[in-house]
Design a binder for this molecule. Structure first.
Ligand code: UDP
Length: 236
């Protein structure tokens, strides 16, 4: 018996016979600006599943624990069941998007130091930015968990930067989420890492290879994601 547990903007989660294992189905839907802009693209689910599989496999190979178990079809993965920590963690290497607007710095400026930001995961509130004190006062995570999340986020950044660099791509910024395994309580990387949740620019031309092509009507989304997948295919 497989029951729909949750339907998000880009994925659906189903139960499996194992209470500690869920099945994720990547959808063709794309949303932006907190769901205000919506579209569906043939092939998007397949492309994000393939790209995310490649990334999670690479991270696990480097010793970073994730919820990923296996990819079972073009659009489906098996993952470990987690309790999601309700904090979206954004890591930035280059100024773009909301940071550029908030601080009045041009997009494309390389940061002297990597920035880690926390956002409270709440659709109704539009994911407001918070600091560690807010996270602690709201009991979203403990002090130890926040420290672990920060360390984890920076190691994910190091691994991803090297991986994309080998494909001639700059990792500008990305969003990740963490979960506590239902089985053991251990903290792992959860959700997805895909061009929906990263900004990726060609090193030479600065061509965008991520969801900004949809947000800003720059190029065709499936063509862009296909191009990205091709470039990642040869990276170890
Ligand atoms: N991001 C995401 N989901 C969100 C918000 C941001 O995946 O709900 C990603 C986004 O794709 C980018 C990074 O996090 O890679 C930083 O996004 P930013 O804060 O600049 O917001 P945006 O300009 O996308 O609104």
């Amino acid at each position: 018996m497989s029951q729909l547990l949750y339907e998000g903007k880009a994925k659906k989660m189903y139960t499996t016979d194992d209470p500690y294992v869920l099945r994720v189905v990547y959808k063709n839907d794309a949303t932006a600006f907190n769901g205000q802009k919506k579209a569906s693209f043939e092939g998007k689910g397949r492309l994000n599943n393939a790209i995310c599989t490649k990334i999670f496999t690479m991270l696990q190979g480097k010793g970073i624990p994730t919820h990923y178990i296996d990819t079972i079809s073009e659009t489906e993965q098996l993952v470990k069941a987690v309790h999601i920590v309700p904090i979206e963690v954004v890591v930035r290497n280059v100024v773009a998007g909301s940071l550029s607007k908030r601080l009045g710095v041009d997009e494309g400026e390389t940061l002297e130091r990597t920035i880690v930001e926390f956002y409270y995961k709440s659709d109704e509130l539009g994911d407001p930015m918070i600091n560690s004190d807010h996270a602690l006062a709201m009991e979203l995570a403990t002090e130890e968990e926040l420290a672990e999340i920060r360390r984890f986020a920076l190691s994910v950044n190091d691994a991803l930067r090297a991986f994309f660099d080998a494909a001639g791509i700059v990792l500008v910024d990305f969003k990740i989420e963490f979960g506590k395994l239902k089985e053991t309580g251990a903290l792992v990387l959860a959700d997805e890492i895909s061009p929906d949740s990263c900004r990726l620019w060609d090193k030479e031309t600065h061509e965008k290879l991520d969801k900004d092509v949809f947000r800003r009507n720059i190029a065709d989304l499936p063509e862009t994601y296909e191009k990205l997948l091709k470039r990642l295919e040869d990276v170890k």
